[in-house]
Design a protein around this ligand. Structure first.
Ligand code: SF4
Length: 350
């Protein structure tokens, strides 16, 4: 296994592995798939009886951006905000179940929620780790101070460009200087409060196939924040077409997300995964059932079985999905401690 530290230092190694992970050389190779499935079968046994490591809560589904690689514009479901009572129920259940990390993240920008600070406080008082994934455009000094002061464990900011021009051609509707200012606000508040948290990660999703820009971004930011990750844009399980990217070869291996993570949308719906932005494949509904009941329920078990039997193509979203799933490293331990949140991130870390 390639050591993370080496990847952190070497952009081109990381870039090459990222390309390899979605190429037919790996995903259409029967020998690789045979050994990878064996590994996945063994690893999934470790998850038996465990709560989700990661619980994504979408507190609303509004966004202030129209990013070219996002399925937000194609989302086919009603818009709204989660009731506070439902949010509290989910956090209480997650706590009782032993969920590892709660992520404020959905097909939305979480900081647009007018009650986001109360929600942050509620999660932190429950004792769960909290990870906020944001486009960074609303990270004012005040919000940054709350995030640091409340003890949020992890913040991931999507900054998909090294320059104003490269960023704004991808993150349509946002201003590069607002996001860079937001990142600086978090860094400044951490210094002011002498805090090592939140673990501040910048994420570069390469939607324009601009290697040079990604390389400059990597070199500039990696000494300023806790972690920089690079990943190729994905097709949102077939829901987004990206002109500049060569198509990725879908994986034949089981998807890790199904054993590690669960998503609850603003109205309590539990979709297949974080790519199912229109909730086209519903696993259950929190409110009618508990998180634990959905996690161990028949709907999810059937999908897992299909993945293990090499029949993921029978699940329409999974058939079109080009996110690589990598099971070589241990599923728990280091990965869980690092708060690695979904397969998109797995792809950037093997
Ligand atoms: S294969 Fe893709 S669409 Fe299917 S569960 Fe995994 S991430 Fe979601």
């Amino acid at each position: 296994m390639v050591r993370w530290g080496v990847l952190q230092r070497n952009f081109w190694l990381k870039y090459g592995l990222d390309r390899l992970a979605v190429s037919p050389l790996i995903n259409a190779n029967p020998i690789y798939n045979y050994f990878h499935r064996r590994r996945a079968m063994a690893r999934t046994m470790e998850y038996r009886g465990r709560a989700p490591e990661f619980l994504f809560i979408e507190t609303h589904n509004y966004c202030n951006a129209r990013c070219i690689m996002c399925s937000y514009a194609n989302m086919r479901r009603p818009k709204g905000y989660m009731d506070s009572s439902l949010f509290e129920l989910i956090v209480d259940e997650a706590s009782a179940l032993g969920v590892g990390t709660i992520l404020l993240h959905g097909t939305s920008e979480p900081l647009l929620d007018p009650n986001v600070l109360e929600k942050i406080r509620k999660v932190k008082r429950s004792g769960r780790r909290l990870h906020v994934i944001t486009n960074g455009s609303l990270l004012s000094a005040e919000i940054a101070e709350h995030i640091v002061g409340e003890g949020v464990d992890e913040v991931t900011v999507s900054l998909d460009g090294h320059t104003k021009e490269s960023y704004e051609r991808v993150r349509v509707g946002l201003r590069w200087e607002d996001v860079v200012g937001g990142i600086e606000n978090v860094i400044a508040q951490k210094q002011r409060h002498h805090r090592s948290t939140p673990f501040l990660r910048l994420q570069y999703v390469d939607a324009a196939n601009d290697r040079r820009d990604a390389y400059l971004f990597w070199n500039y930011w990696r000494s300023r924040v806790d972690e920089v990750i690079y990943m190729r844009a994905n097709n949102w399980a077939g829901q987004v077409q990206l002109d500049k990217l060569t198509p990725a070869c879908p994986s034949a291996s089981p998807c890790r997300f199904l054993w590690t993570s669960m998503v609850v949308l603003w109205d309590g719906t539990v979709p297949l995964c974080c790519l199912d932005s229109s909730a086209s494949h519903v696993l259950g509904r929190v409110g009618d059932a508990s998180i634990g009941q959905v996690w161990t329920g028949t709907a999810l078990s059937q999908i897992r079985d299909k993945h293990l039997q090499g029949e993921r193509g029978e699940v329409p979203l999974c058939r079109a999905c080009a996110i690589p799933s990598v099971w070589w490293r241990p599923v728990a331990g280091k990965a869980a401690k690092r708060g690695i949140a979904c397969d998109a991130e797995d792809a950037s870390q093997f």
